[in-house]
Design a protein around this ligand. Structure first.
Ligand SMILES: NC(=O)c1ccc[n+]([C@@H]2O[C@H](COP(=O)([O-])OP(=O)(O)OC[C@H]3O[C@@H](n4cnc5c(N)ncnc54)[C@H](O)[C@@H]3O)[C@@H](O)[C@H]2O)c1
Ligand SMILES: O=C(O)C1=N[C@H](C(=O)O)CCC1
Length: 239
């Protein structure tokens, strides 16, 4: 595949390495306002966006308007997600957004949903989420922590929302810690007077995120519509 990288920071570089190992070619690297680049859809099969929250929506929708499908992992811009989907559909192209492309985290998401379902009737337990990331991270809490919180809210009718730090009784407190070079650690804790249940995912590097994004791009190429990592994993496990 001929890939355009939207964002060439830590993730852009990790994706380049894995994409080239899998036989793909990086044909464009967008590092500033996307209007300064030539987005010729005859030279680009797919764009992979790991940029910054304030640029993501424009990056993604500019590609859609050129008929270029997009895999996006940028976090912190999701207020505009529904609008981005609309632009994708209007231009008859394809889109996958995931707060976390790591295959391990997507297994962790499944586990989180199952655990939330089991815990919903156990009123003695409170639930909280902690995420730890490197100090350069621009957004808090992480997109992954928000996905974990939304999954719990969907399963448990006693939980009505989430808050960074100080939460009401019916909300999930989400704690965001910033520690030097940590690639990403997420913990969901259920606590009672009697005991504590914790599930933890610890990324050891950015390789998992990058591999997942390239696998998602391979899945999305030549498709039309809006997809999620659930579709990618279902396809992967079927083959
Ligand atoms: N979904 C996932 O699996 C996953 C995994 C890791 C990181 N992320 C997210 O991906 C994003 C990037 O992470 P990172 O660690 O590579 O950050 P980074 O800061 O290392 O890289 C971001 C890059 O975007 C560039 N940039 C600035 N303005 C731009 C613009 N207008 N267009 C394109 N690029 C522009 C910056 O120069 C920088 O090089 C963050 O939002 C992060 O939360 C998601
Ligand atoms: O390094 C980051 O930034 C990460 N961002 C994603 C998030 O916000 O959840 C995924 C983990 C790494």
């Amino acid at each position: 595949m001929k890939i355009a990288l939207l964002g060439y920071g830590k993730m852009g570089k990790a994706i380049e390495e894995i994409a080239e190992k899998r036989g793909h070619k990086i044909v464009l690297k967008v590092e500033e306002d996307i209007e300064n680049y030539d987005l010729d859809n005859s030279k680009i099969d797919i764009a992979i966006d790991f940029s910054v929250p304030k640029a993501a929506f424009k990056n993604i929708t500019t590609c859609f308007k050129q008929g270029i499908p997009v895999v996006s992992g940028t976090t912190g811009w999701l207020d505009h997600y529904e609008k981005a989907k609309k632009v994708c559909e209007e231009n008859n192209t394809a889109f996958i957004y995931a707060s976390n492309f790591s295959l391990g985290v997507n297994v962790f998401f499944e586990l989180n949903q199952k655990l939330a379902n089991m815990m919903k009737g156990l009123e003695d337990y409170s639930v909280e989420i902690e995420e730890i990331h490197h100090v350069q991270k621009l957004d808090a809490p992480s997109g992954t922590a928000i996905t974990l919180a939304e999954q719990i809210i969907e399963k448990n009718p006693r939980v009505n929302g989430w808050q960074l730090d100080d939460a009401e009784k019916d909300e999930i407190p989400v704690y965001a810690k910033r520690v030097e070079d940590v690639p990403g650690t997420h913990t969901v804790t259920y606590d009672s007077e009697i005991d504590k249940i914790e599930i933890v995912h610890t990324a050891k590097s950015r390789q998992g995120f990058a591999l997942g994004a390239v696998v998602a791009a391979e899945y999305l190429k030549d498709k039309t519509g809006i997809f999620t990592m659930k579709d990618v994993l279902a396809d992967l496990f079927q083959n």
